[in-house]
Design a protein around this ligand. Sequence first.
Ligand code: PEP
Ligand code: MG
Length: 753
Amino acid sequence: MRGSLAGPRLLLRRLREVMAEPIDAQERLDKIVVLIAANMVAEVCSVYVLRADGVLELYATEGLNRDAVHQTSLRIGEGLVGLIAAEARALNLPNAQNHPAFAYKPETGEEIYNAFLGVPILRSGRTLGVLVVQNRAHRSYYDEEVEALQTTAMVIAEMIAAGEIEALAKQGPALDLRRPIHLEGAALSEGIGLGHAVLHEPRVVVTNLIAEDVDRELGRLDSALEKVRLSLDQMMSRREIAHHGEHREVLEAYLMVAQDRGWARKMEEAIRNGLTAEAAVERVQSDTRARMLRSVDPYLRDRLHDLDDLANRLMREIVGRPHGTEAFPDDAILIARNMGPAELLDYDRERLRGIVLEEGSPTNHATIIARALGIPMVGQVAGAVSVVEEKDPVIVDGDAGAVHFRPMAEIERAYAEKVRFRARRQAQYRRLRNAPATTRDGRELTLQVNAGLLVDLPHMEESGAAGIGLFRTEMLFMVAHSLPRVREQEELYRRVYEAAGDRPVTFRSLDIGGDKVLPYLRSVDEENPAMGWRAIRLGLDRPGLLRIQVRALLHAAAGRELRLMFPLVSSVTEFTAARALVDKEIRHLKRHGHETPEGVKLGVMLEVPSLLFELEEILAAVDFVSVGSNDLFQFMMAADRGNTRLARRFDPLSVSFLRALKRIVDDCERAHVPVTVCGELAGRPLEALALLGLGYQQLSMPPAAIGPVKAMARSLDVGRLRARLLPRLEPGRWPGNMRTFLSAYADDHDIPL
Ligand code: PEP
Ligand code: MG
């Protein structure tokens, strides 16, 4: 008999009544299976719940032998039920016993049933269990029946997620939803963070599943879809993205899905079966996610993010923005697909204990900020967003690049011990604070910190750094709500000087563009922003902005030395133009009787390879050089520093890059021009060891790196290292893997890394 359309709706209504009854969980499940069986005219209805040990346990049945409840179990992949869970898709069979995967469980007495329909119980794409109906007759279930059973499975998913079913678990394995999950990624910012999950893009939690009025729900869905389509259309026609580029392609893909009748029809179908509009979106998306998560096609998996975004947009149209006002925990672990630097700065750092990204790379600006703020961060954690629920306990291990979701007690204990160990090591570093940064063979080093926010400043004092080797001024601009005026800027820079005391500070002029956007400054959409209109290019084209910054810096540095460098310089002429601008400002100040700095030292950041081929000339023009190894490396390798796929492929300790770095330091020495390395490289002990071996003596790094790098340097005999390292870099020789060589060297010489 073909079920009438009112069938599933009626069932959902009855289910809602059962859900509201003050009965215990087992009784409720028992009633639910009876209701489903009756409504679908099936002789059997059973619920299997997935346990943390990967076993599906029979939790309730109508029709099978009741003694089998909590006794019968199947592993994922075992039998039909296990197959449904493994593949997260429905199975509709007229004769189950003929299916090769059929596994006979004698205690259930199911051998008399032939027709079989099973669907996964899904939540956010995760399989929580399996719901099955069976009939004696050989029959295929209609599509409407499959759909209805899937809709019903959502109600059970909610029951599981709400924690109600946990009480029924026998001693032993917990439910899969609470299963501890351990994922590996890339260690991006060191430290250990223990806390509770906060989703950067919160999922809308559907609390109202079952609807009374189908037409009303269809109307809600329809108008939300219309609004999403409209807003996508508007975004597409906006001038700044009206040309081709990645962004536009993503929007086009969204629009294509948003206009896809198939997608809308599936949601409408779910509503006709009795769901609210929001539950229908969740239901269809959960289904899609489950299928795509299992897909091995990387392109499809990437599209999953787009579909998720789209479903979220739609959901927000229907029920409004999720929480935001909800209490943000004091020990938040932020989980996101990816994040820009400004978004990260929006959070209250006092409450952030860690960050987990599905993407991210070591030299991304969000990473640099996390490091500056001392927040542990692990990136490239595939699937992180899918496996976590809001408020789940999470441990972020920024040293090993590991994340533990819902960790077991032993893991938590081990980490508590690790945290204590780290504290002891930090104490050792603190003891080194006043020790000279001198190598074993007596070379004096200058170790400075990278900074960019006022909150960074105390770290310089704490770490015992010799000064600020790179002050990224754009960060101050990124946290401001509007473009800071000259007086405001002056005040900010003055505070930096105050914190530095008599230690030197090297400011870098604004490096906006690329991934660093100022919310109040209209940015141009570029296909390739990292190589676009950014840094000194923008500064010279919009001299007003640069002039105001230079003026503020000159004021703030009155009576002391101003050290200023320009980012992304690619030719000598750019530097001379920048110097002319500064000179003009100095003359202007003098003419108006203002106090000027004691001295002005101007430098360039060496981050564009072209400058390597004008090295002699640029060294004749500047007072100092700072190697921005993050950008220099990305441009030398033609490998986007923020691209997750490339992050592991290119090693800065490769021969070509080490040779380039060596040329720079040799030429600087010859020209008597001081040189510093201020990219992230300088803060990693093994990489810093290589830099010292090449001849660098000034490094600038995140504050937390000062201790480890100093400890490394104090036990390093640079002369001996050079004797081994430099011949390997000679042309024509097969040098082997430099990272392996350097690690072995450190190991053999008891150099702590
Ligand atoms: C660099 O490129 O190495 C650098 C220090 O600048 P930023 O990371 O801010 O681009
Ligand atoms: Mg740079």
